[in-house]
Design a protein around this ligand. Structure first.
Ligand code: GLA
Length: 396
């Protein structure tokens, strides 16, 4: 559904014209996996798939949402926000409104139609995109209301002023505290601050970031394994705990504080499994720094090799890959023009990416579509993605 379709849907559902379009993208991570919650480095890019909310402010404190993906509706009062066990798609929006209000923000109610073409549950951060699109919708509703009424909300903070980094933090908080998923900040951050044509090098401790151009002449091909991600949440939490354990033994705040040399000196102090998990994180942080340097030096080959090393480490040391992800990576690496391939996101199913020369991208997509089902018995979904702008809203 494009914006015009969503505007038409809004008119049909609410019988009036919408006043704003808010949107936020999904993401792929180029390198730096399972480093964000270790205060480390990541290099994701926002993709050209979004969650969009077409909306209009309301005079009262209700938020009404119609999901065009699920064709159902939900409504809540900003004065009493509950988490649902049905219509769970709305918990991301409810959570964002809840954390903002708890932090003293003034919010206006709105009516909205929400739709996403970020595939749901495949590891391309449809949840983060929903959270960020909701922040944008709440900013839009507040700004349009405040303009119209100028009602004195002097003691409350205005949602209008929420900047990109804070928006990401509130969205992560919504996911951690309201939805109950213990994720790091990468997905929300890139959905908030992505830029067209650029990847974002993020320091997940200081939350400082730099744009790094995605090189010309290469395509980021995303392959969805179509495999369920049922174990992801418990395994994710287990990995986090193992990293914290390693940091505790080393006497540091987070594994970010351990260099490759320091790790090699002291790894014998860790239980074997914890040492393997920590090795992934410590070396992966260094790989992100090397990858940024490679891109800045226009060394796409070197960048691709680091992607390969990242995958191998996630498979062998961090143990978050799957036979489907490994199959995608193997098929890709055997193909002409592929510079590197790796799983992206949390793992245990979801998506892998291949960095492939533009001229070889469609042949790779074709080979993947043929060979992956033979290897796994599943049908892949293959998308070429381009680095896109982060969250925004516009009047309409
Ligand atoms: C998920 C989480 C992120 C990050 C990745 C792994 O996408 O939401 O915060 O931890 O997994 O890199």
């Amino acid at each position: 559904m494009n914006t015009a379709d969503l505007i038409a849907r809004f008119q049909k559902v609410y019988g009036t014209a919408p006043q704003f379009v808010a949107r936020a993208p999904g993401r792929v991570n180029l390198i730096g996996e399972h480093t964000d919650y270790n205060d480390g480095f990541v290099l994701p890019m926002a993709i050209d798939r979004d969650v969009t909310i077409v909306g209009a402010p309301r005079a009262d404190r209700q938020v009404q949402l119609h999901s065009a993906n699920f064709d159902n509706d939900t409504m809540f009062s900003l004065d009493d926000i509950e988490k649902l066990t049905h219509n769970t798609w709305s918990n991301y929006s409810r959570g964002v409104a809840d954390v903002l209000q708890n932090d003293g923000y003034a919010l206006a109610g709105f009516d909205g139609v929400i739709f996403g073409d970020v595939p749901i549950g495949s590891g391309l951060s449809s949840s983060a995109a929903t959270e960020m699109a909701t922040v944008m919708a709440l900013k839009a509703a507040e700004e349009l209301t405040a303009k119209g009424a100028k009602n004195a909300k002097t003691e409350e903070k205005s949602a209008v002023g929420i900047d990109g980094v804070s928006a990401a933090r509130y969205s992560q908080q919504a996911e951690n505290q309201f939805v109950g998923v213990n994720c790091g900040i990468m997905d929300q951050f890139i959905s908030s601050l992505g830029k067209r044509g650029q990847a974002l090098f993020i320091d997940c401790r200081s939350l400082s970031y730099e744009l790094v151009p995605v090189p010309n002449g290469v395509t980021v091909l995303v392959v969805d394994t179509s495999a369920p991600r049922s174990l992801a949440a418990s395994a994710y939490n287990e990995r986090r705990a193992q990293c914290e354990h390693a940091a505790q033994i080393f006497g540091v705040k987070a594994l970010r504080d351990v260099s490759v040399a320091g790790f090699e000196r002291r790894k014998g102090e860790l239980p074997l499994l914890v040492a393997q998990r920590a090795a992934h994180v410590v070396y992966e942080n260094q790989r992100v720094l090397d990858a940024v340097a490679a891109l800045r030096a226009d060394n796409v080959t070197g960048f691709g090799q680091l992607m390969n090393q990242s995958h191998d480490s996630l498979r062998d040391l961090y143990a978050v890959s799957s036979k489907e992800l490994d199959a995608v990576v193997d098929i890709a690496r055997a193909h002409e023009g592929v510079l590197g391939a790796r799983m992206t996101g949390a793992g245990f199913g979801g998506c892998a990416i291949a960095l492939v020369k533009d001229e070889d991208a469609s042949a790779l997509a074709e080979v993947m579509t043929k060979e992956y089902p033979v290897r796994t018995g599943r049908e892949p979904k293959v998308y070429a993605c381009v680095a896109s702008d982060g969250a925004s809203w516009n009047p309409c």
